[in-house]
Ligand binder design. Structure first.
Ligand SMILES: CC(C)(COP(=O)(O)OP(=O)(O)OC[C@H]1O[C@@H](n2cnc3c(N)ncnc32)[C@H](O)[C@@H]1OP(=O)(O)O)[C@@H](O)C(=O)NCCC(=O)NCCS
Length: 194
């Protein structure tokens, strides 16, 4: 009988359609250095779409905040090379931060162009939804630039609806209350990329 690899919670090995293997796992403080080193390789537009403004580099403060999550109020997954944290290049990061009232959470995601278009964005979003449901959040939302068609299409296909639009930003919202369950539950359980 084949021996199944035992991985800690929220850890999964996935093979992307292009054959590249990634380890999806919670972000670790050791990821700060690879994130700092690879940030200049991102396209300016990717950075703007994720952070909603232009940035040339990640400051120490920001790296610290992004990689040291408070497990009570935050959740962040990376898709990284299957190497020890600190050595592994990180191709994607997706996170939820709970609002102070702890009733809703804000998501943010960046799948770098090196691994984009292979189902990672969709898969990571379903993981964020699963975490948010586990925390009994009522809604998950994100602010997306109005011309960011890929993210708007992805959010819509997962059941998010456009709530408001201001200053070139669209807020997309997924209601998580059980009676308003959407197609997301199926996507969440799908468990495979592609
Ligand atoms: C938006 C983003 C997360 C998509 O990640 P991805 O891994 O490339 O997406 P996937 O391969 O999982 O595709 C999921 C869906 O996204 C949409 N999508 C992805 N690339 C697209 C493109 N070039 N044009 C239009 N839609 C696209 C599609 O709806 C796609 O669904 P499909 O597979 O059924 O066609 C990624 O492009 C990204 O990180 N962009 C920069 C940062 C950002 O925009 N963050 C969002 C604000 S926080």
């Amino acid at each position: 009988m084949p021996v199944r690899e035992r991985l800690p919670p929220w850890h999964e090995r996935q093979r992307l359609p292009n054959g590249r293997e990634v380890l999806i796992r919670p972000i670790r403080p050791e990821d700060a250095e690879p994130l700092r080193a690879s940030f200049p390789l991102l396209q300016p537009e990717e950075v703007r779409q994720r952070f909603l403004h232009s940035m040339k580099a990640l400051s120490e403060d920001m790296l610290e905040r992004l990689t040291r999550v408070n497990p009570k109020t935050e959740f962040a997954l990376v898709a990284a090379e299957p190497l020890p944290p600190g050595e592994a290049l990180v191709g994607a990061v997706a996170r939820v931060t709970m609002d102070p009232g702890e009733e809703q959470g804000e998501f943010a995601i960046l799948v770098s162009h090196y691994v984009a278009g292979q189902g990672l964005g969709r898969y990571l979003m379903t993981r964020l939804v699963k975490w948010a449901r586990g925390k009994k959040l009522k809604r998950l939302y994100g602010d997306v630039l109005e011309h960011n068609q890929p993210m708007l299409a992805l959010a819509e296909s997962l059941g998010f609806v456009r709530e408001s639009m201001q200053d070139g930003l669209v807020r997309v919202v997924l209601e998580l209350a059980p009676e308003q369950d959407s197609g997301t539950a199926t996507a969440v359980d799908r468990g495979a990329i592609g």
